[in-house]
Design a binder for this molecule. Structure first.
Ligand code: PEP
Ligand code: MN
Length: 356
């Protein structure tokens, strides 16, 4: 940590700071400039008292960290990109991963039809919420355990691995029995006990960015999972709240580029929550791929007009097929060889369109 002392502080005030630094277990090094003095405090903050408390001294202007607050999530700690293994299916790495499926699991027919359609169009994993975080308690809350049963049935038939949301730490065990990857939603991205409970299931975690979460805070949420002993975290940008109301959220593609350079964890984009409009989803997918996102999570429904949640932003099967085919030039532009197939092997574009 660097402690910046206010200009014109007296020597005894500077001495007070260095004495305090020592008391807290650090070694102070004083650097005196013409106008201002700074004190570098050498020591490990994970094992000593935080130095932020020195802000309370009147002669202290600022206390600045030298190291990143997120250690395990940072690229400094792990220069190579991490590839996550979702029960044999890689997420991250050279190829793109596409998670697709309905916002909510609504019925056996709806889920199975969607699972078949997204698989045929080349999706990597199946998504679908059994427990839904809804703004109003009067809206569809998800089918719960029955939804989990339907997800298992869809997996059995199609072989697609499952991504589903964990809404409460009380459900960690039962949701983890069905999920191959647990989704932590935007509204829970700073529910720290839930993050730890999710981490402890041992399942890979898809961590959405909170709708008002700074990039540093998002990476610190990932740090909660990593520091709980689970290395399999994938970050997901899903749009943040801004003054704009034309779109449901403002998809922050700069945060994707920033997270990719700050962290070794794979970063994917959710264009569906990101803009809340099906017509804009293909363009946002293209943009995300072009800037190097590791994957996409896209809401797909057999008949969006009848969806029980998020109908306005779900694409139908035809749109999804078209969108997938339209990614080819963007993948080529960033030297990605194709999309990971549901089996875990690499599906090139030719193979994906042949099976559609
Ligand atoms: C969802 O994926 O359906 C969802 C609720 O996402 P978010 O947590 O990003 O709002
Ligand atoms: Mn949704």
């Amino acid at each position: 940590m660097i402690i910046v002392i206010k200009p014109h502080a007296t020597q005894s005030q500077i001495d007070e700071v260095t004495a305090e630094v020592e008391k807290l277990g650090y070694t102070p090094h004083t650097i005196s400039g013409a106008l201002q003095t700074v004190v570098a405090a050498i020591g490990d903050e994970t094992t000593h008292h935080t130095l932020e408390s020195l802000n309370a001294l009147a002669q202290v202007e600022r206390v600045l960290p030298v190291q990143k607050r997120y250690k395990l999530a940072s690229r400094e700690s792990h220069p190579q990109p991490t590839v996550i293994d979702v029960d044999g299916v890689p997420m991250g790495g050279a190829a793109l991963a596409v998670i697709a499926g309905p916002c909510s699991v609504e019925s056996a027919d709806q889920l199975l039809a969607t699972a078949r359609a997204v698989k045929a169009a080349g999706a990597t994993l199946l998504r679908g919420g059994a427990y839904k975080p809804r703004t109003s308690p009067y809206e569809f809350q998800g089918l719960g355990k029955e939804g989990l049963r339907l997800l298992r049935a869809a997996k059995e038939e199609t072989g697609l691995k499952i991504v589903t949301e964990l809404l409460s730490e009380y459900d960690a065990d039962i949701v983890a029995e069905t999920a191959d990857m647990l989704q932590i939603g935007a509204r829970n991205s700073q529910n720290f006990r839930l993050l730890v409970a999710a981490a402890r299931t041992g399942k890979p975690i898809l961590l959405k960015r909170g709708m008002s979460q700074r990039i540093e805070e998002w990476l610190l949420s990932a740090e909660y999972i990593l520091s709980s002993g689970n290395p399999n975290v994938m970050l997901c940008e899903r749009g943040i709240r801004t003054f704009e109301t034309y779109t449901r959220n403002t998809l922050d593609l700069a945060a994707v580029a920033a997270a990719k350079s700050e962290s070794h964890l794979p970063v994917i984009v959710d264009p569906s929550q990101g803009c809340g409009r099906a017509d804009l989803v293909p363009a946002l997918c293209a943009g995300a791929v072009a800037l190097g996102a590791d994957g996409l999570i896209i809401e797909v429904h057999p008949n969006p007009a009848e969806a029980l949640s998020d109908g306005q932003q779900q694409v139908d099967f035809g749109m999804f097929r078209q969108l997938m085919a339209g990614l080819e030039p963007f993948l080529k532009a960033v030297n990605k060889p194709g999309i990971h197939a549901a089996s875990g092997s690499l599906a090139t574009f030719d193979a994906a369109s042949a099976s559609a």
